[in-house]
Design a protein around this ligand. Sequence first.
Ligand code: FE2
Length: 297
Amino acid sequence: MHRLELGYLVLEVPDPDALVPAFADVVGLVPGEPAPSGAATWRNDRRAQRIVVQRGDAGGTGDAVAVGVEAVGPEAFEDTVARLRAAGHDVREDPELAEARRVGRLARTAAPWGTAVEVVLDPVDAPTPFSSPLVPGGFLTDGVGFGHVVFATTAFDESVSFLTDGLGFAQSDWLETELAPGLPLEVRFFHCNARHHTIALARAPFDLPQVLHHVMVEVNDRDDVGAAFDRLWATDLGIPNGLGRHDNDGMFSFYLQTPAGFQVEVGHGARVITEGWDDNRAYDAVSAWGHQPLRPA
Ligand SMILES: [Fe+2]
């Protein structure tokens, strides 16, 4: 079951420095060495880079431009590339880009939701051990990748097939509700290892300027969620959702709004996908409790 993990996320924003207060001062991510391209990088574990922030105007205020999906070994890499090709996707191996992403091998294709997907092998570790003074318990990444990402797209059905038929992800469960009367929300959650979802897809009612809704990092210690929330409270960053617990994955979390438009979720204690997962069912509420909108951006 466990052959892939979320390796990294590449963001393009007009002002990479504008993310520092959210990433460093609230979430407790640690800056890595700049990428060979000069892009800023962020770590949440021993790896050299988990979030890469390059300068650009994707989505106007900023957006994700690529997702790195790490294969756990050479066989998983070859199988995933072959599977994508068999599903009709154009996949190109790119040694030059592999170097820029600090991985051994990289094969790139375009996902229907609008970012590139890079299947990668052998990402390098940073030269220094990981430690985040703000997150003493560290982040949960071992065997489950660095977190999860959620994209909103009008190309919803194509994106679902890309994830399942192409990448080989499996659906964990889904959410069908109304954000407001007459405003339906459908989100499908997909796993590729024990993490409840590595990628989730929301059906967008119309083309949105930004496809990345949020990126989530999970901390090992529940108190580190609360401490991060206190740090957020002391800033003037937007708080689209205060502390709460999601109904489907059970994650205890909050969301902060970055100046680039997308959100960051900091969470702890999500359900874990087990072998023979048989709880793929519909939920009609985003949260069991909490997650109230607290502060506009
Ligand atoms: Fe999330």
